[in-house]
Ligand binder design. Structure first.
Ligand code: CDP
Length: 786
């Protein structure tokens, strides 16, 4: 589609992204593009061991290298009380190792030098004496009696246990299970994967000794929250800290937390008096920056013989790595995992989650999902297929039979979620029609006769996005409400300032479209400012698809406030009562006399003029707001994947993928489709090729993109998208988030398709990633490798 076929809509609709003008010309401004006068460069020495005592560190040769300005060790940080930092989960994490290293590639020392090459050369000159310790790389072994204790820095800690957490009604669930005709149990692993955005993490810190002002340019999805944490941890006054998050090359949840590199860039700048840049390479990013998932789940499903699902019971062992750095609202150590009842009408459900430390990198971030919902959806959608296998039922029929009905909304799940709106059967029916489900099943049967193996996999997901209501959740004590400010200049051009931060999702376009929809100002005339704490109102940032549900609502509300002010000004201009005015997009006019009206641009000019306004009205149209969401929004979707599998080679070809998404009202359908495309590719990656594997010594086996595979266009089919629109009843414009829906929903569809193809081989379940060797092993009835 060309730009001429796609003119700027005055509000919602398809529109090319405003920000692409700079991206496609190479004019983006990423952290690594930032060059400040006199800037130095920092680099980490990292541990070769996954678990070892540090006996000594000798930095003298590195310090003597010309061009080296500082070598910072854990011992130096200890003198500044900065050797440890808090994580988002109220744990502590070593900024630089002091007593021992706890995962391979952990940060041990930081060199600051005139350039990156000198810094890297100096790392070779640092002598560290380690005493290797036994390693726990397997979550299941972490709690075994006698397992080496990883967190002996914590007083009195004698094991690797982090937390136990449960949700739902255990007693009721047990009772339903005891009384059910069919019970099926399956162990399901969601392996450790990595968000892997194009841009790795980095920061440039610039401390000005004279003004005491600290400016940090960093790859953060949450600039305001980071500023508050820096203030609390380092004791720096918050108003003297400015966090700038310039263009970000993808976040996917991996840029929510604070990494040692950010802290060391700051310390380096304070120590040297110069700006310091730290930018990690791909190997560092994959091995030391936050991972995702690593959930070892046992699912149990109870049903009647004719396929009415009655209850779900889940036990999870959650591998959190060496420090509990997982990201989610404080009250929920397993994030939103307890949404695992999915899209189905159940009598009861309960889950128990145990978190453990292992000698692996910390993380557990919400990789393109709302805090562990991907794990939850994967579990329930696998369990449904396992049940269908046992009952010899068609998985589509089984889903249709158990999906929530439109009249059940708002619906409270057995684990306490209140789904806002939905028409699930409609979405599934549409996906089945699009794919031609019945015909495909016939084709499959015919092919099986000929020894050809195609598979059809379904998945139905419900996500809960827009964290979140302040009464229900916070992160490190910070409530999850977000601000918005809207200024309308005299000539009617506007500036919208937001607390959320785009990492490529097109906020500069879609948020301008929301203002356009509410005020009738063209999106081309609206500048969206984000990612700079000095210029934007406070808020918790972008992750968990929360931008549209929270800041999108704030934007609509602040625009409505401007419209209310404009009504008063228009009434003064037209010399009628405000109640005698009607609004059409972009214009107030006198009721019953449409010719008597004023455009928003005329009103903006008048608001700044000498026009006499009613008592108490100050003039101008500008407004601010803070939005505290009353509930999450619940997007949902029905996905169907069709694969062809060669059991002799284990090769999987994804032939078709149908995705019907419902994210309520779509602001920009083109951007929504782009978001869905990205998430579907993610699903193919996780289902078929991705795994952060470790050997028993804790060595990372996938430390480059040669080993940790990202899907390309070659592995992806031409996506076939459909939509239904069920507005969120509590969101001002009826929109629900969509940024992560496809990453959440698609892995189960792909896995279900591959396992459907392998059904004639008696395969009921096999864990991701379904690489060719794993598919081959599954078809041979051998255990697969994860
Ligand atoms: O928080 P994040 O931006 O990652 O996710 P989101 O709120 O789901 O939005 C992703 C992109 O899709 C943004 O540009 C949204 O404005 C857009 N979107 C939309 O056009 N219509 C929706 N109903 C939801 C999102």
């Amino acid at each position: 589609m060309t730009v001429t076929e796609n003119p700027t809509p005055m509000g919602f609709g398809r529109m090319h992204r405003k920000e692409d003008a700079r991206f496609v010309r190479g004019k983006g401004n990423y952290v690594d593009d930032i060059q400040l006068p006199g800037m130095l460069h920092g680099s980490f020495l990292r541990s070769p061991y996954a678990h070892a005592k540090i006996i000594s560190i000798d930095t003298s040769a590195a310090e003597a290298l010309p061009g080296v300005r500082a070598v910072i060790t854990g011992a130096v940080l200890e003198t500044l009380k900065l050797a440890w930092m808090p994580t988002l989960s109220y744990d502590t994490q070593a900024v630089l190792a002091t007593d021992k290293v706890r995962f391979q590639n952990q940060e041990v020392a930081f060199v600051v030098a005139d350039n990156h090459y000198i810094a890297r050369d100096a790392l070779e000159l640092i002598e560290v004496e380690y005493e290797p310790l036994p390693v726990v790389a397997d979550a299941k072994q972490a709690l075994a009696p006698g397992a080496p204790v990883i967190r002996d820095d914590k007083e009195g800690k004698t094991d690797n246990h982090i937390f136990d957490w449960s949700a739902g009604d255990k007693e009721k669930t047990d009772a339903v299970f005891a009384d059910s005709e069919v019970v099926v149990v399956e162990d399901v692993l969601y392996p450790r994967v990595h968000p892997s955005p194009l841009e790795t993490c980095g920061a440039v810190a610039d401390f000005d000794k004279v003004s005491g002002k600290l400016t940090i340019y960093s790859t953060t999805q949450a600039p305001h929250a980071h500023r508050t944490v820096y203030a609390l941890v380092a004791g720096l006054p918050e108003h003297k800290i400015r966090v700038v998050s310039p263009d970000i090359g993808g976040g996917f949840g991996g840029k929510v937390g604070i990494y040692p590199g950010y802290v060391l860039a700051i310390v380096g700048s304070i120590v040297t008096g110069k700006p310091v840049k730290w930018m990690e390479d791909r190997n560092e990013h994959l091995t030391a920056t936050a991972f995702a998932r690593d959930y070892h789940m046992r699912g149990e499903i109870a049903a009647t013989k004719d396929g009415r699902i009655r209850a779900l019971r889940v036990n999870v062992l959650a591998d959190h790595g060496a420090f509990n750095g997982t990201a989610q609202p404080t009250k929920f150590p397993a994030g939103f995992f307890h949404i695992f009842t999915g899209s189905y009408d159940l009598e009861a459900a309960s889950c128990d989650v145990t978190g453990v430390y292992t000698n692996k990198a910390p993380g557990g971030v919400a990789y393109a999902c709302s805090f562990r919902i991907t794990e939850a959806v994967y579990l329930v959608e696998r369990m449904i297929d396992v049940l269908a296998y046992e009952l010899k039922m068609d998985p589509a029929e089984l889903r249709m039979k158990n999906l929530l009905k439109p009249e059940q909304f708002p619906y409270t799940t057995p684990t306490g979620w209140e789904y806002d709106s939905g028409d699930y059967p409609k979405a599934l029916r549409l996906a089945m029609d699009m794919v031609g489900y019945e015909k495909l099943r016939q084709e499959q049967a015919e092919k099986r006769e000929r020894g050809e193996y195609m598979g059809i996999g379904l998945s139905f997901f419900t996500e809960g996005v827009g964290a979140g209501p302040r009464k229900h959740m916070d992160i490190l004590g910070l409530g999850m409400a977000d601000g918005a400010e809207l200024r309308v200049h005299p000539t009617g051009k506007a500036v919208l300032r937001l607390s959320v931060q785009t990492q490529g999702q097109g906020h500069e376009t879609t948020f301008a479209q929301i203002v356009a929809e509410e005020l009738g100002i063209s999106p081309d005339d609206i500048e969206v400012v984000h990612g700079d704490t000095d210029q934007t109102p406070f808020g918790l940032g972008t992750y968990g698809s929360r931008s549209t549900p929270v800041s999108g609502a704030a934007t609509a509300i602040v625009a409505r406030k401007v419209r209310d002010r404009a009504r008063i000004v228009a009434s003064a201009m037209l010399e009628v009562s405000p109640d005698d005015l009607d609004w059409e997009k972009g214009r107030f006019f006198v009721k019953g006399d449409p010719d008597q009206g004023k455009t928003i641009q005329e009103i903006a000019m008048a608001a700044h003029s000498s026009l006499e306004l009613p008592e108490g009205v100050e003039g101008h149209l500008d407004a601010t707001t803070v939005y505290n969401p009353p509930n999450l929004t619940y997007p949902f979707g029905a996905y169907i994947c069709v694969v062809d599998v060669d059991p002799a080679t284990g090769q999987v070809k994804v032939r078709r993928f149908i995705a019907v998404d419902d994210c309520g009202v779509r602001i920009n359908p083109m951007i929504v489709e782009g978001q869905v495309h990205g998430g579907l590719a993610d699903g193919i990656g996780m289902a078929l090729m991705q795994l952060m594997a470790f050997d028993e010594d804790g060595n990372h086996l996938g430390a480059s993109l040669m080993d940790y595979l990202l899907p390309t266009a070659l592995e992806c089919p031409s996506w076939e998208l459909g939509e239904t629109v069920t507005p969120s009843p509590h969101h001002p414009i009826g929109a629900k988030g969509v940024g992560e829906s496809a990453t959440v929903g698609s892995p189960a569809a792909v896995v279900n398709a591959v396992l459907d193809a392998l059904k004639p081989f008696g395969v009921r379940h096999a864990d991701m990633p379904l690489t060719p060797s794993n598919v081959w092993r599954a078809a041979q009835g051998r255990p697969i490798r994860t």
